[in-house]
Write a protein that binds this ligand. Structure first.
Ligand SMILES: [Zn+2]
Length: 289
């Protein structure tokens, strides 16, 4: 069941992204310079980016569709003629990795080892559209230092959070980090329980992000955030966790806990899909169900 759920998650991410309300308007992709050598690419379903090294370019995430990936490469070409040699992945969700098939074959694809496992599962689906040929070729467990000459980046994995295999790209010299879907502003954070994500792990990870010497964090969706934004996400999560723990102690059922938070108990529309609410994810996690 878990395996099926994982595969389904990889495929359904297209509609799910819309269902969870953080879809970004599909428009032309545009690269914005964040600092020397580091760019964010906006306009796709998820934010991506790239790093210009001495001799090469490394992409950060891969867009959701192959044609978007090709547009991302066009944006890179406007900035530099250096060859694209690497793609670094923040996590395994389809809106961040399914565009890999629009990249040339043979690039070095870097992810956490758990992210690779999640992608291997997704690639087994009959309609995974060639992802099998784009599985990560270099992985790390907790930390990987990547030296691109003009730019150094630390890839950090702090444990399960949004998924089991999230990675943060930290540029210490720039006080900057790309954080994938670990940070959401203006909505509940999304935790994929079917991929082993946990709220307790997300709290730990947000604390680790606050511990970095950084003042700008690029989320997978939306605009650049600051430490204060992460602090408020962390506070909200901790408060919600505390309240749910209390309700569990009082012996409340999932339906009662959802009602206490005003979460409607409506199933997804036929043919539709939506992720379970944060309250439901937390209840199941904290009650050990
Ligand atoms: Zn995600």
């Amino acid at each position: 069941m878990m395996r099926l759920a994982r595969v389904v998650l990889g495929i359904l991410i297209v509609s799910a992204t819309v269902a969870t309300g953080f879809s970004q308007q599909q428009s032309a992709l545009t690269a914005e310079k964040m600092t020397d050598n580091i760019y964010i690419v906006k306009g796709g379903m998820a934010n991506t980016g790239f790093i210009v090294g001495d001799k090469e370019v490394a992409a950060i995430d891969a867009e959701m569709m192959p044609d978007q990936a090709q547009k991302m490469i066009e944006e890179i070409r406007k900035v530099t003629p250096k060859p694209l040699t690497k793609v670094i992945l923040t996590h395994s969700d389809g809106d961040h990795v399914n565009g890999l098939t629009g990249f040339p074959k043979g690039l070095e694809i870097i992810s956490s080892s758990i992210c690779k496992k999640e992608m291997e599962e997704a690639a087994k689906a009959p309609n995974s559209q060639g992802l099998q040929a784009y599985l990560p070729s270099r992985t790390f467990s907790d930390k990987l230092d990547l030296d691109l000459g003009s730019e150094r980046v630390q890839l950090l994995h702090f444990g399960p959070a949004h998924t089991s295999g999230d990675a943060v790209l930290y540029f210490p010299a720039r006080k900057l980090a790309f954080v994938g879907d670990l940070v959401f502003i203006g909505r509940d954070p999304l935790i994929h329980r079917v991929k082993g994500g946990t709220s307790t792990g997300l709290i730990k990870t947000l604390q680790a992000l606050l511990g970095l010497d950084a003042d700008r964090y690029d989320p997978g969706h939306g605009n650049i955030v600051k430490k204060a934004d992460i602090e408020s996400e962390l506070k909200g999560l901790q408060e919600k966790q505390g309240k749910i723990k209390d309700l569990i102690k009082q012996g409340k059922s999932l339906a009662e806990v959802k009602a206490a938070f005003g979460i409607p108990d409506t199933p997804a529309k036929p043919g539709g899909f939506s992720f379970p609410s944060l309250v439901e994810v937390m209840y199941l996690e904290l009650s050990g169900k």
